[in-house]
Design a protein around this ligand. Structure first.
Ligand SMILES: Cc1cc2nc3c(=O)[nH]c(=O)nc-3n(C[C@H](O)[C@H](O)[C@H](O)COP(=O)(O)OP(=O)(O)OC[C@H]3O[C@@H](n4cnc5c(N)ncnc54)[C@H](O)[C@@H]3O)c2cc1C
Length: 593
């Protein structure tokens, strides 16, 4: 199925050195009817079939989990990335965002669904031979069998390439696998596992391993903080026999499978987190409207309005950047055959920085929103009678899996710098030109014009310059040793995340205004507040980063340059939050999209 995509082809990270027009950015307001249809189907499935069964899932009724996957398959939800040849419905990446957003209604089922439809279908689809695809994909996509992804081990989580699982090649070309995988989602009932092991202890390789193979077993369920309705177990490989034809991809190239699947997983997880935040804003707004203290609804209190407003602002930014990222990937794929695995891999890899941003910003916004949701519920937030408590526990893991947020933060500037050094992104000349300009005390920043949100547009352009200043200074100061400077890299990542968030929100709001959407003024307000708050955070981060890298006259000159860049008149974000909060309460939910 082909769906509309915005008419632009940009490069990953290109937005940092170029300016982007609102019309070219995908926003939730530009979704097609087909997109909305998949969103509705998933929403109804969750509401009618999953949510009424949460208790049974939390009691580890894996027969039910399998039945629900089967139902998801009947509704064409498992094969959204796969072509019809294998029983899929091949939609664009934007459609997968809607689907993953809606899955958030149950975090446990979202994990079950994600390990199956994302982490198992995708590696087979992108790296499998025709024979492997024909053998496994139709049954996975029909929900007849269930998949799982087994990369982590007790000693190898973030350091995924450090796995100890070993594959020994036999005389007949088959392999014997030994080792133990940890924290495997769907472990308790999956039929097929994508397993990573080192051939002869050296060559990191992916294998397709069936539960029915001799020597394959799974351990007991982990006792987790949350996601109690999803299965998480070890996978034990004890002289497990795996046929030669079950190598996935090439021997020694398992990293390609592992890392590419993570790139997909990250922007999809960003979408799931975004969906979870929207739902929680609805819960918080409804509770605040009905809970009375001191003779009035708590929604009347400024402290509660601030929270509801802040939740809405953060979610608006995340939602904007998640859709923008999907639009960028779809635009790059627009001229390709969707069955061309190489093109799909290249497009998703191109936007790996944006995928990491979606994962970090999405999971941290969700954590914030769910924490405040508990707070708005007071004592009721702390007991199981209300869903706020479950959501809070369920969400914590989002900052841990699909690459911890620390690892993703290190990847963001790391990937940008690597692309710059390869000449794929004009970051180095842009940073150099900027540094020359900024070192001149007379350099003036462009004056604000009279256009719509002109000051915010100028501010975002300046925030990009701050990001370049930090990256440029770090590269100059540390050269190849920059990888050892994690604190500086983390500062750079936080600034880059804030810039992408703020720009995505601003472009979406400007587009809403250009298209005269009914809620355009609210969107403009949200964008104004987001840019203003991002400027404050970025200033703080940049000062911390510069102070770590320079001292004396050099530091003073850089701080003066920073001050010139960050001359934004503060806006009344308190009033904006009040307005957003009041709208959320009167509409009983998240007000955008
Ligand atoms: C509920 C659940 C489901 C999961 N599902 C799956 C699954 O289906 N398949 C699968 O393969 N795995 C799965 N995992 C495992 C998950 O991917 C890992 O837990 C995760 O990658 C982190 O690895 P770790 O737990 O070993 O933490 P560690 O890597 O030990 O990290 C501990 C801390 O150190 C930090 N750290 C580590 N290295 C660095 C570094 N170089 N620089 C700076 N900081 C660093 C981390 O950010 C973290 O804060 C799941 C985990 C959970 C909890």
């Amino acid at each position: 199925m082909s769906m509309s995509t915005p008419p632009m082809v940009a490069r990953g990270g290109g937005w940092l050195v170029e300016s982007t027009g609102p019309a070219s950015v995908l926003t939730p307001e530009k979704l097609s009817d087909e997109h909305r249809m998949i969103g509705r189907t998933a929403e109804q499935f969750l509401r009618n079939e999953v949510l009424p069964n949460l208790e049974r899932l939390e009691e580890k009724d894996w027969t039910l989990a399998r039945q629900l996957l089967r139902r998801a398959a009947e509704l064409d939800l498992i094969g959204v990335d796969a072509p019809e040849t294998y029983g899929g419905v091949q939609m664009d990446k934007t459609a997968t965002i809607l689907l993953n957003e809606r899955m958030a209604a149950s975090a446990s089922f979202a994990a079950t669904f994600g390990a199956d439809s994302n982490l198992s279908v995708l590696p087979l689809l992108l790296f499998g031979t025709d024979e492997q695809k024909r053998k496994y994909l139709p049954r996975l996509i029909a929900g007849q069998i269930v998949g799982a992804y087994a990369l982590s081990e007790s000693g190898a989580g973030s350091d995924a390439l450090g796995v100890k699982a070993r594959a020994t090649r036999q005389a007949d070309g088959s392999f014997v696998l030994n080792g133990e995988k940890m924290w495997i989602t769907n472990g308790g009932f999956a039929d097929v596992f994508i397993v990573f092991a080192k051939v002869d202890g050296q060559h990191f390789t992916a294998f397709i391993v069936e539960r029915a193979f001799p020597g394959v077993s799974t351990g007991n369920e982990e006792h987790k903080m949350g996601l109690l309705g999803s299965s998480t177990t070890p996978l034990v490989l004890q002289d497990a026999n795996v046929p030669a034809e079950n190598v996935l991809g090439e021997v020694g190239k398992g990293h390609k499978v592992a890392f590419n699947v993570l790139n997909f997983g990250r922007y999809k997880l960003g979408a799931t987190c975004s969906g979870g935040a929207k739902n929680a804003i609805g819960e918080a707004a409804k509770y605040a409207a009905t809970r009375k203290q001191f003779g009035q609804p708590i929604a009347n209190f400024g402290a509660i309005k601030f929270k509801l407003g802040e939740m809405t602002l953060r979610e608006y930014a995340v939602e904007s950047l998640v859709y923008r990222t999907a639009g960028l990937i779809d635009a790059m794929l627009a001229d390709h055959d969707p069955n061309d695995a190489q093109a799909v891999l290249a497009a998703v890899e191109e936007f790996a920085v944006e995928a990491s941003i979606a994962k970090v910003a999405g999971s941290e916004t969700l954590s914030y929103v769910l924490d405040e949701n508990v707070q708005i519920h007071g004592g009721n937030g702390y007991v199981k009678d209300y869903p706020a408590e479950r959501h809070y526990r369920d969400a914590r893991v989002n900052r841990i899996f699909e690459g911890t947020n620390e690892i993703n933060r290190l990847l963001i500037p790391g990937m940008l710098i690597r692309r710059a050094l390869k000449g794929e992104l004009p970051l180095i000349p842009a940073a150099k030109k900027l540094m020359d300009e900024l070192m001149s005390p007379t350099a003036a920043m462009p004056a604000a014009g009279a256009g719509l949100l002109d000051e915010e547009r100028r501010a975002v352009a300046s925030l990009k310059k701050v990001a370049l200043m930090i990256l440029g200074t770090a590269m100059q100061r540390y050269g190849e040793k920059l990888t050892d400077e994690q604190e500086v890299l983390t500062v750079a990542a936080d600034i880059i995340i804030d810039v992408f968030s703020a720009e995505s929100a601003l472009l979406r709001a400007l587009d809403a205004k250009e298209r005269a959407l009914a809620n355009a003024d609210l969107q403009l307000d949200a964008a104004r507040a987001i840019v203003s708050e991002a400027s404050g955070r970025i200033e703080l981060e940049a000062r911390r980063g510069l102070a770590a890298m320079a001292e004396g006259d050099m530091l003073r000159t850089q701080l003066a340059a920073l001050r010139r860049l960050l001359k934004l008149t503060p806006v009344n974000t308190v009033a904006i939050r009040r307005r957003l909060a009041d709208e959320s309460v009167s509409r009983s939910g998240y007000i955008f999209a």
